[in-house]
Design a protein around this ligand. Structure first.
Ligand SMILES: C[S@@+](CC[C@H](N)C(=O)[O-])C[C@H]1O[C@@H](n2cnc3c(N)ncnc32)[C@H](O)[C@@H]1O
Length: 271
């Protein structure tokens, strides 16, 4: 059954503002895999659960055509509002029912999204639409993110851990699936040629404003906001103010190192 946790317009606009592009290291890993397994031409990439299109846009220089698909109309509306990508289009739809002919897709991606799909329905469609030697790249990050700034690593991490604990009761079991780095989904992929890279460490520099904005995009934060709007808003304000105190700065534009662990499932369809 499709999970509808990303329908709200306000949530979609937070996505556009605060979700970041996939890191270059990861993009290169995926493109090199596709190059090695299938080679050119790179005609069609399909980005499933595209949200507001960060990953879809990043694929456009490498494919003749990119299509982003998401079940949420609000997310697709935000994605379509970004101009300047003539070979990119979006459709509202599900990963379990793809609008492409058999054997027509070079690369299927899902960025922080595959844990929301129905495994059986999605895999059946992936097997059907991929070309022979076409590839699947499903990636995301776990919840063990760390913050660091000069000497205040531990204190910043304690603040983040406290936020995680508060949001824990609002965390969908689907997100727990992402935290297991798509182990079950990986095992269900019927291609013999597949691999699961469990840790790809990535360091970003994020402003305090972007850290709290990113937290706001989490499905569990949105669930908390629905359940207790005052407490959820207060949590964000308190988090920002505690980080400001630790850094001894007054502007939320001040930056911290934000360290994440990406994972990636790669698979290649046989002849
Ligand atoms: C955590 S968001 C990730 C969005 C984006 N890929 C990113 O990296 O920011 C997950 C997205 O998957 C979409 N989604 C969930 N289930 C889906 C399904 N069965 N088919 C297509 N999209 C789905 C949601 O609407 C949401 O936009």
């Amino acid at each position: 059954m499709t999970c509808r946790m990303f329908e709200d317009k306000q949530h979609a606009s937070l996505y556009q503002k605060y979700r970041f592009d996939p890191p270059d290291e990861l993009k290169e890993l995926i493109l090199q895999y596709l190059e090695k397994k299938k080679g050119k031409p790179h005609q069609l990439a399909v980005d499933l659960g595209c949200g507001t299109g960060q990953n879809s846009r990043s694929l456009t220089p490498y494919f003749q055509q990119v299509v982003g698909i998401d079940v949420s109309e609000s997310q697709v509306e935000e994605a379509r509002a970004v101009p300047g990508f003539p070979n990119l289009s979006y459709r509202v739809g599900t990963a379990e029912n793809l609008p492409f002919p058999d054997g027509s897709v070079d690369l299927l991606t899902a960025a922080s999204a595959a844990h929301w799909f129905d495994t059986e329905g999605f895999i059946k469609e992936a097997v059907r639409v991929l070309k022979p030697h076409g590839c699947l790249a499903l990636f995301g990050y776990g919840d063990n993110m760390k913050m660091h700034h000069e000497s205040c690593g531990d204190q910043l991490n304690n603040i983040y851990e406290e936020v995680k604990q508060i949001l824990l009761p609002y965390t969908s079991t689907r997100v727990t699936g992402a935290n297991s780095k798509l182990k079950d989904l990986f095992e269900a992929i019927p291609f013999p040629d597949k691999e699961r890279i469990e840790i790809i460490p990535i360091k970003l520099q994020l402003s305090i404003k972007n850290v709290t904005g990113f937290i706001q995009t989490f499905s569990m934060y949105q669930a908390y906001l629905r359940a207790d709007p005052n407490a959820a808003t207060a949590l964000l304000e308190k988090t920002a103010s505690r980080i400001l105190d630790e850094l001894k700065v007054s502007s939320t534009e001040a930056k911290v190192d934000f360290i994440m662990e990406y994972f990636c499932v790669l698979a290649c369809k046989p002849e």
